[in-house]
Design a protein around this ligand. Structure first.
Ligand code: C5P
Length: 227
């Protein structure tokens, strides 16, 4: 079974996906981490900078996602763990520098092809809860449940600000709103697989919901017998 959750920045999709995966005993695939890993590795291992990331080469992508170097694993206790050449890189992936790098590479055709291939390969092995921007609309249009999770911009900005604070980064609410709305615009307006509600997708706005309430709303769809 495949459950997809797409949505804009800081809508809570990864947190909700992790909790639903745990509840159902499914594998959690956080595709944001795949894109973030690639952006991070291109800069740290292939010598890219913010300006050269505009045009990423096929051979560099291939080197970063080499199955003998790159590993994405999920386990119910630790959730997602990403490593490269045996070194864990998960803790770097949410850095604000990576936020900037990832939106430069994510519109690129070669990048998206490599990322989609990885996602589809994992889906052959597991029951999945997968979150991202195009996972219901493009990667798994045949998914059993396709959700789109969103919340108002001020609420998402406040969540993102809190998240950053926990990582030791101080942003004002205005800065948070500006940064995440800029990322939303880029993700929604790119030519290849822009963020959008999948055909037949279920839209959930969790602006007024607690985390538990959001999870229960998702589960009310997934656990209801269809016929
Ligand atoms: O979900 P997260 O905020 O970690 O994603 C980081 C970025 O990766 C997004 O802003 C987007 O540019 C890119 N992304 C994407 N497609 C996905 C997942 C993430 O383009 N399926």
């Amino acid at each position: 079974m495949i459950i997809t959750i797409d949505g804009p920045t800081a809508s809570g999709k990864s947190t909700v996906a992790a909790l639903i995966a745990k509840k159902l005993g499914f594998y959690h695939l956080n595709t944001g981490f795949l894109y973030r890993s690639l952006a991070y590795l291109l800069v740290t291992t292939r010598g890219y900078s913010e300006s050269t990331l505009e045009n990423v080469k096929q051979e560099d992508i291939a080197e970063c996602v080499r199955p003998d170097f790159f590993s994405y694993t999920y386990d119910v206790q630790k959730d997602v763990c990403v490593s490269y050449r045996g070194t864990e890189i998960t803790r770097f992936l949410k850095d604000s520098s990576v936020d900037r790098y990832v939106v430069i590479i994510s519109p690129q055709k070669l990048v998206r092809e490599a990322m989609v291939e990885q996602q589809r390969a994992l889906a052959k092995k597991y029951n999945l809860v997968i979150d991202g921007r195009d996972v219901g609309s493009l990667v798994f249009p045949q998914a059993n449940f396709k959700f789109y999770l969103t919340a108002s911009l001020p609420i998402r900005a406040a969540r993102w600000q809190k998240d950053q604070l926990a990582r030791g980064n101080l942003f004002t609410l205005e800065e948070a709103q500006e940064l995440i709305s800029d990322r939303d615009v880029k993700d929604m307006s790119r030519k290849i697989s822009p963020l959008a509600v999948a055909e037949g997708g279920i839209e959930i706005d969790n602006s007024q919901l607690t985390l538990d309430g959001t999870v229960q709303t998702f589960l009310s769809y997934v656990m209801t017998p269809c016929c």
